[in-house]
Design a protein around this ligand. Structure first.
Ligand SMILES: [Zn+2]
Length: 392
């Protein structure tokens, strides 16, 4: 049994507890949470830390299989250029790919991440997914703009999905990559797979996506035209989010990833599905690729479910939810730390369906215990030098 305390405990499911105590059994399951009302007395075997104790972090959007692209792609060139860079540089020796996936996994463990929603186009990351250190949810991603290839695209995804079920059992679903990379025909054929499942899709990551749907032109349209003949591409919807949501309505949960250019008109489009939509923000990747951040004020004012992701090392220098929280905190100082921690823990756990055992400090859960130290406790603000240490 361990008894752990710090200046503050953030249970996330309830109010912060000054000098609260967490009691863990030998399996790191929480057996008690004691509210000392700030009045900590001498207790035998108490571990006391300076800082704030929070649950293990949840990274709702990652691409482990792109880890070997760390530092290789040019920054701030915009999404269309980024996609071309990934396509031309992602091939590498399998042993390098495996080694970098292992590094990324180890880095996330060190950074107090306990669950990850990870995108897969290949089986490269499957072995690591059965690790006990991190609970993984694999999103087997499908794309294809050539309607004639739709069946084949789905077969590829189904094969990967069957491989997971057979040899690397962990939660997974088939998902569409992005509105601009999935043809109406492919989307239509995917609908049965979305039924009651957790679906993630890249959403409004660049201005060019809006332009492509509105007017069938722009840099994304041009860039994709280099790979595929778009002369027949003409979806009925003139808004990319409308297009995605028309096909995703029956999913259990919808994770919209990035939302960098989401505006008030998009929230109206999503209005009837808001209770099952999670707005996933990957601020460091947004700055890396587009040098732009989502309209957080808009998302917050509308009380949306926000969760956080790191995206891959192709567009980020670290896989750390604390670093994503820092970026949001510096750009939007009005957001309370408590709220940011909730996005990085409980909301992510809910998005991935893991909240029965992860995401908050509650009796019976085994959420992982993180200590954030070197913060401004007086104003309860994260600082540049703040660090996370995994305590359990
Ligand atoms: Zn992504």
């Amino acid at each position: 049994m361990r008894k752990i305390s710090a200046n503050y405990i953030f249970p996330v499911s309830g109010m912060p507890l000054k000098n609260g105590i967490i009691v863990l059994d030998s399996n790191n399951i929480i057996t008690d949470i004691i509210d000392t009302r700030g009045n900590l007395k001498e207790i035998a075997n108490l571990e006391y830390y300076n800082g704030v104790i929070v649950p293990g972090f949840v990274n709702t959007h990652c691409h482990l299989e792109l880890s070997h692209l760390k530092g290789k792609l040019q920054e701030q060139k915009g999404l269309p250029n980024f996609i071309s860079q990934v396509n031309s540089r992602r091939k590498a020796d399998l042993d390098i790919i495996y080694k970098e996936i292992q590094h990324s996994h180890d880095e996330m463990v060190r950074n107090g991440i306990v669950a990850v929603g990870d995108i897969c186009n290949t089986s490269d990351s499957f072995t690591i997914k059965t690790s006990e250190e991190i609970t993984y949810y694999s999103f087997v991603e499908i794309f294809g703009l050539d309607a004639k290839e739709a069946k084949k695209n789905i077969q590829t995804g189904k094969r990967l999905s069957q491989l997971i079920s057979k040899k690397f059992p962990h939660p997974h679903s088939l998902i569409p990559h992005a509105p601009y990379s999935v043809s109406p025909e492919l989307f239509k054929q995917l609908i049965p797979f979305f039924e009651s499942s957790v679906v993630s899709i890249h959403n409004q990551e660049s201005k060019a996506e809006k332009e492509m749907f509105k007017s069938r032109k722009g840099s994304l349209y041009n860039s994709l035209s280099n790979f595929v003949d778009l002369s027949d591409w003409n979806p009925e919807q003139r808004n990319s989010l409308q297009y995605s949501l028309d096909y995703l309505q029956n999913s259990k949960q919808i994770l919209l990833v990035h939302n960098t250019y989401t505006g008030p008109e998009d929230l109206e489009i999503a209005a009837s599905l808001l209770n099952k939509i999670y707005w996933i923000l990957c601020p460091n990747a947004n700055l890396y690729i587009e040098n732009q951040l989502p309209d957080l004020k808009l998302l917050q004012e509308n009380k949306l479910n926000i969760a956080l992701g790191t995206d891959s090392l192709a567009s980020n220098s670290r896989l750390s939810i604390l670093e994503e929280i820092k970026t949001l905190s510096f750009h939007f100082p009005e957001i309370k730390l408590e709220e940011l921690i909730k996005w990085g823990t409980l909301n992510g756990a809910k998005a991935l369906n893991f909240s029965n055992h992860l995401g908050s400090l509650e009796v019976g859960k085994k959420p992982g215990i993180n200590l954030i130290s070197m913060l401004d406790l007086e104003n309860m603000k994260i600082k540049k030098e703040s660090v996370v240490k995994k305590l359990a």
